[in-house]
Ligand binder design. Structure first.
Ligand SMILES: [Zn+2]
Length: 238
């Protein structure tokens, strides 16, 4: 049975995150909405900490906001927590943060490797986000193994790549995540494809339209017949 991913678009609402070519909160939401769709097509259950430009806690308090993200993951019984971010500080490349030695190391490495052909890697690919490292709230505060992925730098030459490939990251990240979470091959429904449902609806509409035309023609015939009979009766009476 596929596992549950808690997907966390970094920042949001009152908190724009870092600001480079765009605001980080918009970048993270775009990537996460695409990624959610791509994973759901593979049968993976995705719980989001936010799906619009809001703070998950509903408050403008960073600690409450981060705690709310952890709580959403724990309440969903997530098997993996993934926080998506955009970096700043003028570097280039992808990097990930995890609790060292935990289960997240494998998937974090896979995610960085999936992005590397486009983004390159920033320093040591997978770094310590735990208590002895950057002590990141979502890494330390979630029951599930957690990864914080910095896709690339919004304030460097990375930004051109991030903008150009914005809607590719969902698919790119979905493949390794799906393997990790026990998803299936993607179910792709191309747009404007005939499915039993669309065919049935089309036939129904056609039948209704045809029925209306037949009824209209019958009514016209009936009226014609009536007037002919009336004329005959009048003629016979006369
Ligand atoms: Zn961030």
């Amino acid at each position: 049975m596929p596992k549950i991913l808690c997907l966390d678009p970094g920042h949001g609402g009152y908190d724009p995150g870092c600001v480079g070519g765009c605001e980080e909160k918009d970048f993270t939401l775009n990537v996460c909405l695409d990624l959610k769709k791509a994973l759901e097509a593979r049968g993976v259950t995705v719980v989001m900490t936010r799906t619009s430009d809001v703070s998950p806690s509903g408050t403008a308090n960073v600690q409450e906001d981060l705690q709310a993200r952890c709580d959403i993951s724990d309440q969903a019984g997530a098997d993996l927590f993934l926080s998506i971010h955009g970096n700043s500080g003028g570097g280039v490349g992808t990097e990930a943060y995890i609790w060292p030695g935990g289960q997240a190391a494998t998937i974090a490495t896979d995610l960085v490797n999936a992005l590397a052909p486009i983004m390159g890697v920033h320093g040591e690919a997978v770094k310590d986000g735990g208590p002895n490292g950057r002590h990141l709230a979502v890494i330390c505060g979630t029951a599930a193994p957690a990864v914080l992925l910095e896709v690339g730098f919004l304030d460097s030459s990375d930004f051109a790549k991030l903008a150009a490939r914005l809607h590719d990251f969902g698919d790119i990240l979905a493949a390794p995540l799906s393997r990790f979470l026990g998803g299936s091959a993607p179910v792709v429904t191309p747009p404007n494809t005939v499915t039993p449902e669309t065919l049935h609806a089309a036939l129904e509409a056609h039948t209704t339209a045809t029925d209306a035309k037949v009824a209209e023609a019958l009514a016209a015939l009936q009226a014609q017949f009536d007037s002919t009979i009336k004329a005959l009766i009048t003629e016979l009476k006369g």
